[in-house]
Write a protein that binds this ligand. Sequence first.
Ligand code: NAP
Ligand code: FE
Length: 365
Amino acid sequence: MHYLPTRVIFGEKAVRKAFVYLNPIGSKALLVTGKNSAKASGALDDVLNVLSTLKIEYHIFDKVTENPVLETILKGAEVFKQSSCNFLIGIGGGSPIDAAKAISLAAANNLDYEHIYDTAAFKQSYPLVAVPTTAGTGTEVTQYSVLTDAKTLKKAGFGHDLAFPALALVDPQYTLSLSGDTTLNTAIDALSHLLEGIYSNKRMLLIYPLIYKGIALIYSNLRRVLNNPSDLQGRTALMQASLYGGIAISHTSTTLQHSIGYPLTSCFNVPHGLANGIVMKQMMDLYYPYVSIELDDMFTYLGISKNDFYNWLDSFEMKFAGSLTVDFIDAKIPEVLASRNMANNPFTASADDIRNLYLSLNQHP
Ligand code: NAP
Ligand code: FE
């Protein structure tokens, strides 16, 4: 089944072009951002200009950290209600936009700490406008929000149709200010979503063209952008791929490939995309027997072999700098096995599969 309720404006000056759609959404916006990226990218200025022209009021909530924690969601919901907002604009990478989704649901349904993930309690939400400043998560077109419980260091997502943004304003210009590391990590996150659109047992023929095109865009533009960060054409290609990755997982969900990375992020601060990247080859080896036809079609589309693809991945030298103890691995295996996305694998992953994947990260060359 296909469902994509988000109106998307993609390309140069997307925020300015949103005029006609922004006006009816609400009269006072909570602007949900991180510390610097909304300003550094130029997105905040563009949004403030449009709001001022439309005479829409706003309140800024700039307390979202990377890998947003549940406390921030409750705080944001409180500020939303206290300042009488009636819609949200999430500006930034996946962290502020995911936080904005959860703030909307927490405020609309009066959720407390224990119920932020309780999708059965989601009866309504406030409209959300998403303005991405990274080219990675594709969260501007997904129904997911990924949060971290700081008490248990558990990172996990929820998905609900009420979390889809109403409007996504996607201007690749905002990604020009990204560091090289974040450019790489976020592009690898997008690549991961695209591959998971193939791995997932919810895979569907209709979105393969987007997936193949998205992977090809990353394959032919990532190195180019890392070499020349101000290459707007290359940045646009990566943004397009990220959007396609979001569309892919909004239909297929993510898989073990994502679950395995969450503990690395919550316990070792490995950036989300890098956590996907450091297991990407092992993951493809694991999935290949189940989706070899689809993956081979994708390699044919790219005009390369699987081996070429692995060499290309190796060229980015993504590594896990720490080392994982047996105690850590054994403590996290049940969490990974119980994660929401495990239901989407075309095979039943065993504790041994997960142990071996984690152990492989300790083998530094
Ligand atoms: P992020 O955590 O939002 O941001 C990473 C860093 O990049 C932050 O320091 C941020 O600064 C900075 N930054 C962002 N845009 C910038 C720009 N244009 N210029 C300069 N710096 C910039 O990174 P992300 O990879 O986009 O998001 C990761 C989160 O999204 C994770 O929690 C992940 O689990 C989640 N995720 C969600 C979905 C979904 O479908 N909902 C899918 C995949 C991943 P500030 O701190 O100042 O903002
Ligand atoms: Fe992701």
